[in-house]
Design a protein around this ligand. Structure first.
Ligand code: IGP
Length: 269
């Protein structure tokens, strides 16, 4: 049993869909990220995806690419992000934390070292978007050893690979809503409903959906189709819009309130 399992069991009992925000750790700096995590938890986040900034984020659109560049200007490493998770636990963040990292930073830091640090820092799951399931044995070994869930991505084009991908999953399965990179969009993959049904039939795990979900209408549409919804770029874009306010002590709380207000509008029932 892991905090992610408990969270989804409780949400399923209450027939609620998980709200899972993604933010880039260290954007614009570590202390602001900690305050943003607190704000997200207060605003109703059920889990948080904590992104490790990376210099070659091939699956990311411009908004998250820019966030990575801002965070990397502070020289944030994967070890710093894991340390940030530990600080968040000490600061009262109680919801599950999912480390979101490309494979290279994880390899550079060393799998044994990274997973030992994650387990000691209150990280409950990991997503490695550029690690194919066929090459995930070592990562999944460390996940099982440290009781950290390994959460794979399935795309509408995964088709016959859906089964092997979800068979290697624990915690939940992340269904991407569209082809291409992350980023706000007006429409999604044509047969998104059929795709989600196919994934649902392939696993007993909760299924969540992400990519492009950026407003209340889109959010409400997907609450009917998935057990959780990830929103990244729209939140990161709101942070970007408020960087000026967040950088000045006198206007910092206004910046935080603007992020809160965006989340409130996004989640309106
Ligand atoms: O940003 P979006 O369109 O709301 O999508 C979620 C996404 O940000 C987050 O889950 C994510 C960030 N980087 C990724 C790379 C691949 C897959 C998913 C991601």
């Amino acid at each position: 049993m892991n905090l992610i399992d408990q969270t989804f069991e409780e949400l399923q009992r209450k027939q609620q869909t998980a709200f899972i925000p993604f933010i880039t750790a260290g954007d614009p700096d570590v202390s602001t990220t900690l305050d943003l995590m607190r704000q997200l938890q207060q605003s109703g986040a059920n889990l948080i995806e904590l992104g490790v900034p990376y210099s070659d984020p091939l699956a990311d659109g411009p908004v998250i690419q820019q966030a990575s560049i801002r965070a990397l200007s502070n020289h944030i490493t994967i070890v710093d992000v894991i340390g940030l998770a530990k600080q968040a636990r000490e600061a009262g963040i109680e919801i599950p934390l999912i480390l979101f990292t490309y494979y290279n930073p994880l390899l550079q830091a060393g799998l044994e070292n990274s997973f030992s640090l994650m387990a000691a820092s209150g990280i409950d799951g990991i997503i490695v978007p550029d690690l194919p399931v066929e090459e995930s044995d070592r990562v999944r070994f460390y996940c099982e050893h440290h009781n950290i869930h390994y959460i794979p991505l399935v795309a509408p084009t995964s088709q016959e690979r859906i089964r092997p991908i979800v068979d290697g999953a624990s915690g939940f399965v992340y269904c991407v809503s569209s082809l291409g990179v992350t980023g706000q969009r007006k429409n999604f993959y044509g047969d998104i409903e059929e795709f989600l049904v196919k994934v649902r039939e392939s696993t007993h795990l909760p299924i969540i959906i992400g990519f492009g979900i950026s407003d209340n209408n889109q959010y409400k549409r997907f609450t009917k189709l998935a057990d959780g919804i990830v929103v990244g770029s729209a939140i990161v874009h709101t942070i970007e819009e408020n960087l000026g306010l967040l950088k000045q002590p006198a206007t910092y709380s206004q910046g935080m309130d603007n992020v809160r207000d965006f989340i409130t509008r996004l989640l309106e029932v």
